[in-house]
Design a protein around this ligand. Structure first.
Ligand code: GDP
Length: 491
């Protein structure tokens, strides 16, 4: 099928679906909320905490409807039979009873929450909230839809020659230099280069480098497609002249790249992304600060790429009929409980700076964009600790059992106070590779104040409250996120 024709078929399917959804919306008000973010950004913890707060009446002062107008929230069977259900019950038990963090997102899942509430006018109503959890890596694949194999190859190669990627890409570059794109297609060559290319992507994701721009997303999260031809390709060094000869390695790689779009990217766009109304993008900004300015620049590029996805369909990819419906996007820096509250506003300012340019483009396309610093589950409390004559704003939590980056041993039970470091009020220094480390971010320095250690302690979830699993969990600014995402739909 030509790509133009398949786009038309896609459009027709999508508009039928949009019409059906619209009719249904009239009788049963509903919001489809997408929750995404790169691996380990905090999606599973966020959804678990959100659902728990709604079911158990968490403390949510900024979420207007929660102050008296929500009668009851309940779980209900989800509408999509082919999508796994988000394992809320397992996750909350793991969090509260085992005091462990739940297993992270590796695939799409969904959960339906029905909220019975009283309208501001007094009438009783229900809002159906469908929460769709999916890996942010899938979102970063959407720009591939507009790219040819040759364009993607050139871009990926260019990126892989920059620091700190170049060093990590050396083994793959070594193999690449021996491959002739014009030579006959060779399965072993394709497999070997796909493997080394994937190893390079995986190394970039490592917490020391914390790179974010790593498409194709399924290379790191293959699921059931592991080993299939649609995942067995890699960029090639192409001279730019001419076209791929029939039967060449180049042609084979190009066919597989197109297959990846057909089998992975288009179905995700059609079945999931195009049906969302609201979106929260979770960002582990602290991990990027810890890895340094290159990681931050990379994260910034990834966030811009993500924001541009929300414009897909607005005159570019599909016709105006099929605009993705998303009209609100929240970028949230997670795990803010790793910082003292004095750093929460600076954290938001940094995130705002990172999405500024791209946010303007999204706003222009009709979506409101906001940022927040939050902790879906607050694992720490605050204290002032005197050290060497200084009175330091510190946080206290229970580090997970094991050895820290400092070589200290934690038993997993004893609380430890740490000075988390301050975020600079002026975010610019964080983005400047030439700025001294102290001006960038004094990471969680467990020990002497200010000794720049760019490793975080991993805290265990908070101790279970006396009321057990039914009690609300502590959080930071979860209510603000809820107010932005669904507050207007509960009026
Ligand atoms: P996912 O891959 O996006 O689903 O990420 P998870 O929700 O599984 O979170 C990854 C890890 O980040 C967890 O195992 C926790 O260690 C940590 N984390 C996530 N949310 C929070 C939070 O609100 N507070 C703290 N302290 N840690 C968090």
């Amino acid at each position: 099928m030509s790509s133009r024709f398949s786009d038309l078929v896609e459009e027709a399917r999508l508009s039928l679906q949009a019409l059906a959804d619209y009719g249904d919306q009239f009788f049963h008000p509903a919001v489809r909320l997408g929750v995404t973010g790169l691996s380990r950004s905090g999606k599973t913890v966020f959804i678990t905490a959100l659902v728990h707060a709604m079911l158990r009446g968490g403390r949510l002062p900024v979420f207007e409807a929660a102050s008296g107008r929500i009668a009851k929230a309940r779980l209900s069977p989800q509408p999509d039979d082919a999508v796994p259900r988000f394992a809320y019950e397992d996750h909350i038990r793991t969090l509260v009873e085992a005091r462990q963090w739940p297993h992270s997102t590796t695939d799409i899942s969904e959960l339906r929450l029905v909220i019975d509430y009283q309208r501001a006018s007094g009438a009783d109503r229900s809002l159906t909230l469908d929460i769709v959890d999916y890996p942010g890596e899938w979102l970063l694949d959407l720009p591939l839809l507009h790219k040819s194999y040759e364009e993607w190859s050139a871009e990926s190669l260019m990126l892989s020659r920059k620091a700190p990627r170049a060093e990590l890409a050396a083994p793959w570059h070594g193999l690449l230099a021996t491959l002739d794109p014009l030579a006959a297609a060779d399965e072993q060559a394709a497999r070997a280069s796909a493997k080394l290319f994937t190893d390079y992507l995986r190394a970039c994701r490592d917490e020391r480098f914390a790179m974010s721009m790593l498409p194709p997303g399924r290379f790191l999260m293959p699921g059931s497609l592991a080993g299939s031809p649609a995942l067995t390709f890699a960029p090639l060094e192409l001279s730019g002249a001419g076209d791929a000869p029939a039967g060449s390695l180049w042609e084979m790689m190009r066919r597989r790249f197109e297959a990846y779009k057909d089998v992975v990217v288009r179905p995700f766009f059609r079945d999931h992304f195009a049906r969302l109304d609201r979106q929260i993008v979770l960002v582990d900004a602290l991990a990027a600060f810890n890895a340094g300015p290159e990681a931050l620049a990379d994260l910034q590029a990834a966030l811009a790429g993500i924001l541009d996805c929300f414009r897909v369909g607005r005159g570019t990819f599909f016709s105006a009929l099929l605009r993705p419906r998303i009209d609100r996007i929240l970028f949230a820096a997670t795990k803010a409980d790793h910082l003292h509250h004095a750093s929460h506003d600076p954290l938001e300012a940094i995130l705002r700076r990172m999405v500024e340019g791209a946010a303007k483009r999204a706003e222009f396309a009709g979506a409101a964009v906001d940022v927040a610093a939050l902790a879906a589950v607050r694992a720490t409390r605050e204290a002032r600790v005197r050290r060497g004559g200084d009175d330091l704003p510190s946080i206290i939590g229970t580090p997970a059992a094991g050895e820290s980056a400092h070589g200290e041993f934690f038993d997993g039970e004893t609380d430890v106070a740490t000075f988390p470091g301050d975020l600079p009020m002026a975010p610019d220094s964080l983005f400047d590779p030439a700025a001294p480390a102290q001006a960038q971010f004094r990471g969680l320095s467990h020990g002497a104040a200010g000794d720049a250690d760019f490793r975080f302690l991993r805290f265990r979830p908070p101790r279970a409250p006396a009321a057990g699993i039914d009690a609300p969990l502590p959080h930071i600014r979860l209510d603000r996120a809820l107010q932005f995402l669904i507050g207007d739909r509960l009026r």
